[in-house]
Design a protein around this ligand. Structure first.
Ligand code: NAP
Length: 405
């Protein structure tokens, strides 16, 4: 790719970012326009405050979603995919995906097009927001969800399709497996190389950020060669590549009297159903969670609910040559264009993006401003109903955060 002075150069966890980078963005469907435009205002104001005009983002709008379909006939025009692939970056509002038919998830298409194999979701309790738990104060999790494997890549055939019939015939004649004639069929691949690269990223993250543990979440007792293999390959990476920095739960019990030695990251694993009950009962003992795609999807929404609401969570999709930053929530269509939705998820997505830029000063400013706004009970309705206070709109909340910077 021919480099331009506003292009970012990617290199694993360290990116080379010019002072005025071009950042492609998509407003998104439903509440997308409300939350994305307001998040961008907050991000711009924080950068300006931190760097006094020496740094800024050049936002470049990309077409995707319902608006793109109306204007170009396609929900994800090739020009958007090409541009995003070339620049390796996207700040993305939520995009609609129909259930049970229709077009394929644009979010998944974008993640796969850029090979953004890790979906990283930090989940930390924010003082002042009412949680359904009695002791939420110590919830501080980072979920690493695999993005390019497992059922989300969408290998599926409708029950009455020719392909489903052929798969059923193959399974019966070659494998001796009988599947009901009225069953749709999905395939769940989990690969060694794809598991190893996300395990490596999660463990590296834990070591670099001095986290206490990495817990592999799997359903390997039932799906032995997919989820079970995810567990085995993750342990193999931990032991073969990070031996001096990690300790396994078995080693802690057998060699260290049940106490993790100082400076080591504990590697353990939990079966998926147990992981859920553990997180609800004692979320504070978990730290980094490493999960295949579907488990990671379920657990991040559930963990989000433990700190109040998924409307406040941001996520990063990271690969070796770029990143896509988005809120964890979707398009919440009932709140579309009503100035009601919480922009915190997109603001947090922006904060993660700035962290990858190495621009930590505006991140710290926004973090404090969000806490201050919540302490002042200046919150949108999703949080106001938890705190029992009066709600303000998306724009007014963003104004409050900006004035608290
Ligand atoms: P959703 O859009 O996340 O909304 C579910 C509920 O969460 C809303 O009804 C609302 O709860 C609350 N909520 C979500 N975001 C909020 C915000 N910013 N502020 C306040 N409340 C918020 O999930 P969904 O209804 O399952 O999905 C809708 C569409 O979004 C689907 O087409 C789905 O495929 C898509 N989606 C896209 C992405 C993405 O782009 N990455 C992610 C997830 C889903 P209350 O009703 O309790 O107020």
């Amino acid at each position: 790719m021919e480099e331009n002075e506003s292009d970012i150069v990617f290199g694993g966890s360290t990116w080379k970012v010019p002072d005025n980078p071009s950042v492609p963005f998509v407003y998104g469907d439903g509440i997308g326009h409300d939350v994305t435009s307001n998040a961008m205002r907050v991000i711009d104001a924080a950068i300006d405050k931190a760097y006094g005009g020496d740094r800024s983002i050049k936002w470049i709008e990309m077409q995707a979603g319902e608006k793109a379909e109306k204007e170009t006939g396609s929900r994800l025009p090739d020009s958007t995919i090409d541009y995003v692939k070339k620049h390796g970056l996207l700040f993305k509002g939520p995009l609609e995906t129909p259930v049970g038919g229709g077009f394929r998830s644009l979010n998944v298409t974008l993640r796969l097009a850029l090979d953004l194999y890790a979906n990283i979701r930090p989940i930390k309790y924010v003082n002042g927001i009412t949680s359904p738990l009695r002791n939420p104060d110590n919830i501080d999790l980072v979920i690493f969800r695999e993005n390019t494997d497992d059922i989300y890549i969408g290998i599926e055939w409708k029950y009455d399709s020719k392909e489903a019939g052929e798969v059923r015939d193959f399974l019966k004649s070659k494998m001796g497996v009988k599947i009901d004639q009225d069953a749709g069929i999905g395939i769940k691949p989990i690969g060694k190389a794809k598991t190893e690269r996300i395990a490596r990223m999660a463990i590296q993250y834990a070591i670099k950020n001095k986290r206490r543990s990495v817990t592999i979440m799997h359903k390997g007792n039932i799906m032995k060669y997919t989820e079970g293999a995810f567990r085995e390959w993750s342990y193999d990476v931990a032991i073969s590549e990070f031996r001096d920095s990690i300790v396994t739960e078995k080693e802690v019990a057998e060699n260290y009297g049940g106490k993790v030695p100082e400076g080591k990251v504990l590697i353990n694993d939990r079966i998926a159903d147990n992981m859920f009950q553990q997180l609800i009962g004692k979320p504070d003992i978990y730290d980094v969670i490493l999960a295949p795609n579907l488990n990671g999807d379920y657990v991040s929404d559930a963990a989000g609910a433990l700190i109040g609401d998924i409307g406040i969570l941001g996520g990063a999709n990271i690969g070796d040559s770029g990143g896509m930053f988005e809120a964890v929530h979707g398009t919440a269509p009932k709140y579309a264009d009503k100035n009601i939705a919480n922009p915190m998820g997109m603001i947090r997505a922006g904060m993660l993006m700035l962290e990858y830029f190495g621009w930590n000063e505006p991140v710290a400013l926004i973090d404090k401003a969000l806490e201050k706004s919540i302490a002042q009970k200046k919150v949108t309705q999703d949080i106001a109903r938890l705190m029992g206070c009066e709600a303000i709109g998306t724009k007014e909340f963003s104004d409050a955060v900006i004035s608290n910077l």
